[in-house]
Design a protein around this ligand. Structure first.
Ligand SMILES: Cc1cc2nc3c(=O)[nH]c(=O)nc-3n(C[C@H](O)[C@H](O)[C@H](O)COP(=O)(O)OP(=O)(O)OC[C@H]3O[C@@H](n4cnc5c(N)ncnc54)[C@H](O)[C@@H]3O)c2cc1C
Ligand SMILES: *[C@@H]1O[C@H](CO)[C@@H](O)[C@H](O)[C@H]1NC(C)=O
Ligand SMILES: *[C@@H]1O[C@H](CO)[C@@H](O)[C@H](O)[C@H]1NC(C)=O
Ligand SMILES: *[C@@H]1O[C@H](CO)[C@@H](O)[C@H](O)[C@H]1NC(C)=O
Ligand SMILES: *[C@@H]1O[C@H](CO)[C@@H](O)[C@H](O)[C@H]1NC(C)=O
Ligand SMILES: *[C@@H]1O[C@H](CO)[C@@H](O)[C@H](O)[C@H]1NC(C)=O
Ligand SMILES: *[C@@H]1O[C@H](CO)[C@@H](O)[C@H](O)[C@H]1NC(C)=O
Ligand SMILES: *[C@@H]1O[C@H](CO)[C@@H](O)[C@H](O)[C@H]1NC(C)=O
Ligand SMILES: *[C@@H]1O[C@H](CO)[C@@H](O)[C@H](O)[C@H]1NC(C)=O
Length: 543
């Protein structure tokens, strides 16, 4: 899809409609599966596979079940895919045990139905819970056991746990251990860790996946494998390659990291009127190079100006975590980042668990138990990503602010790299974006208006902003972050062109690691049972 074409969304829409129509016709002639035609044989197969009729009868929801809609909606996190026209799963399976997952894979394969795997449901494009071909959902939110072992500094975490639970269970046992993963507590472990999950300890400790010691995965034959039995290639691939292309992750065993008893946080805001451009230029020099213990996220947003009424301005917020005390941080930043004018009054020292809640924007005084809450406020959203490898000039930023104000919608989150990320080779796991990146950008658009027009406007705006950024970001490939799922960068229809289509988004997400991923995929799932709109393709048949 053309990046700069404002009508790209329309053509996407009309393709989509065409697809749905085509599928409808095909389905009639091929007797497309229905909830009835799948539910009964699936359950029969599950009972046969597990010998536990009572138990498995309670884990399968057909569309006629009165709980079906609430189970489906419980882990939808983007309202765009919560509409009556969003394609729905024929059945939802909610395993309670590992062997339920194994049996479900075997049964889905024997019936020949596509499965979508969902853990926390935070996929920005909803790829864990809808598809344009008939599908069922394997929803593993019930598999959420966490066992923290402080003596060995490890944690066993089932894929259906959420990050907030992980942080809480660590904190319960130790005030000087943590885990370097994402900053939103409701994000699911299943999609997050293997996708390259990162958070505010990225510069000190790298990604969540850099701390994986072991993984349990159910493969296409229903076998439950671990690091040893899956082999080196598959263990490499599921750390950063698309996890849902290779099997169902059941659990991770991870290494914990040390955190100080007191950490320091701050959140500081500036506007265009406060010489924000100089500040951002300086941020760009400091944030990726400073002390590894310091992570300074920069959030940029067009907002109403308080100085010039009726006009938009740009607001920058610098949000930081420092694994040290406030005095050290203030003296470090006075030296390295004078334009921030940070004072000790701007900083707060707190425990690591309180810093997790500070980063979530929860009010001061919130108890850690709040991290166990799985509820999540919903809105409509679209995200895109880029990597910046060369500093953007002051003139460049001034032009970018102008474009952001013109569009008046989407904003950015800049996340600095450097530190530990520079030390890990780009091919040591399937996650490729390491040394050479100054920062990763997330493009953000959020809205509440459910109308089709609003959707069109916001999507068009964010795509324009992405197109304006072309001169400033990585090229050949223009890299993207898998966890910031974006279907604009290419999708797969599993037709004769599947490999070529896969190469388009695959090179962006995985750079050259794409080719090894295809090799592993072809070896472990040659019939491409585990597939999604952006999965790793198999090598084309050489006939
Ligand atoms: C509010 C919000 C905040 C976020 N913050 C961060 C952040 O700070 N850092 C960061 O790195 N990312 C962040 N993300 C992105 C997030 O990491 C990804 O969306 C991640 O994939 C979510 O995992 P999930 O289990 O919740 O998602 P799901 O939607 O359940 O799954 C995402 C993908 O993984 C696959 N998958 C899920 N579970 C399994 C499994 N058990 N086995 C195999 N495949 C599976 C799905 O099929 C899908 O393709 C955020 C997202 C949101 C919505
Ligand atoms: C039950 O499972 C066995 C293998 O475990 C298989 O051979 C048999 O065909 C299955 N029967 C049905 C009805 O699915
Ligand atoms: C709905 O499905 C669940 C899970 O299989 C089951 O426990 C429940 O009895 C079903 N409810 C109805 C009304 O059929
Ligand atoms: C989905 O829609 C239901 C109402 O049908 C609503 O209760 C729920 O909050 C919505 N979820 C999201 C993420 O939009
Ligand atoms: C730590 O790991 C060792 C080796 O895996 C194991 O024998 C021991 O029981 C573990 N310690 C605890 C407290 O579980
Ligand atoms: C930082 O603290 C100083 C007081 O030392 C205050 O004047 C300033 O407004 C604070 N800055 C921000 C951005 O909060
Ligand atoms: C912005 O920079 C100019 C020149 O560098 C300076 O004169 C002015 O005081 C600065 N404004 C603010 C709000 O810092
Ligand atoms: C949080 O509250 C405590 C006391 O309730 C107070 O001492 C502290 O300064 C507050 N922190 C912030 C960042 O407001
Ligand atoms: C795909 O290839 C097969 C055999 O090479 C051919 O018969 C079929 O028509 C092709 N399908 C499409 C959609 O091009």
């Amino acid at each position: 899809m053309a990046k700069s074409n404002p009508f790209a969304f329309l053509s996407f829409l009309s393709n989509f409609v065409l697809l749905v129509v085509l599928q409808f016709h095909v389905s009639i002639s091929l007797e497309s599966p229905t909830t009835e035609s799948v539910y009964v044989p699936f359950l029969r197969c599950l009972i046969n596979q597990t010998n536990s009729a009572d138990e498995v009868s309670n884990i399968v929801y057909s569309q006629t079940n009165s709980s079906y809609t609430s189970v489906l909606q419980a882990y939808i996190r983007n309202s765009r895919f919560n509409t009556t026209s969003t394609p729905k799963p024929l059945i939802i399976i909610t395993p309670l045990e590992e062997f339920h997952v194994q049996a479900s894979v075997i049964c889905a394969k024997s019936i020949g139905i596509q499965i979508k795997i969902r853990s926390g449901g935070h996929d920005y494009e909803g790829l864990s819970y809808f598809s344009n071909e008939p599908f069922i959902i394997l929803d593993i939110f019930n598999l959420r056991k966490i066992t923290v072992d402080i003596e060995n500094e490890t944690a066993f975490i089932q894929a259906g746990a959420i990050l907030g639970e992980v942080y809480y269970r660590i904190w319960e046992k130790s005030k000087v251990h943590g885990f370097p993963a994402g900053v939103c507590p409701t994000v699911g472990v299943g999609g997050h860790i293997g996708g390259g999950g990162y958070g505010n300890m990225l510069r000190k400790y790298g990604l969540a996946l850099d701390h994986i010691i072991d993984v349990q995965i159910v493969d296409v034959n229903g076998r439950l494998l671990n690091k040893e039995s899956m082999g080196e290639d598959l263990f490499w691939a599921i750390r950063g390659g698309d996890r849902a292309s290779f099997g169902v992750i059941v659990s991770y065993t991870v290494r914990l990291v040390p955190v100080p008893e007191k950490v320091t946080v701050f959140r500081v805001q500036k506007f265009l009127e406060d010489n924000l451009t100089d500040l951002v230029v300086q941020w760009q020099q400091v944030a990726p190079r400073t002390d590894d213990r310091l992570f300074m996220r920069l959030i940029l947003q067009p907002v109403d100006s308080k100085v010039n009424k009726g006009q938009l301005t740009i607001r920058a917020s610098v949000v930081a975590l420092f694994l040290g005390d406030a005095d050290e941080l203030v003296s470090l930043l006075r030296k390295e980042f004078p334009l921030l004018s940070l004072t000790k009054e701007n900083c707060t020292e707190m425990s690591w668990i309180d810093s997790v809640m500070f980063w979530t924007n929860w009010p001061n005084g919130t108890l850690p138990e709040a991290l166990l809450n799985r509820e999540h406020s919903a809105n409509f959203l679209k995200r895109k990503s880029d990597y910046v490898q060369h500093p953007i000039s002051k003139e460049g930023f001034e032009w970018i602010w102008k474009k952001m104000i013109e569009l008046g919608g989407p904003g950015f989150i800049f996340n600095p790299y450097g530190g530990r990320m520079n030390e890990i080779p780009a091919d040591s796991t399937a996650f490729p974006h390491r040394a050479g990146n100054l920062f990763k950008m997330q493009y953000t658009a959020n809205w509440d208006d459910p109308s089709v027009d609003a959707d069109k406007i916001h999507i068009t705006q964010i795509r324009r902003l992405y197109s304006y950024m072309t001169p400033f970001v990585s090229k050949n490939p223009r890299s993207a972050f898998l966890n910031y799922r974006d279907v604009d960068i290419g999708t797969n229809d599993f037709g004769n062109n599947s490999y070529k289509q896969g190469e388009v988004y695959g090179l962006k997400y995985f750079n050259d690691n794409f080719y090894r991923l295809v090799k592993v995929k072809t070896a472990v799932d040659p019939e491409n049972f585990f597939r999604n709109e952006q999965s790793i393709p198999v090598f084309p048949n050489k006939e």
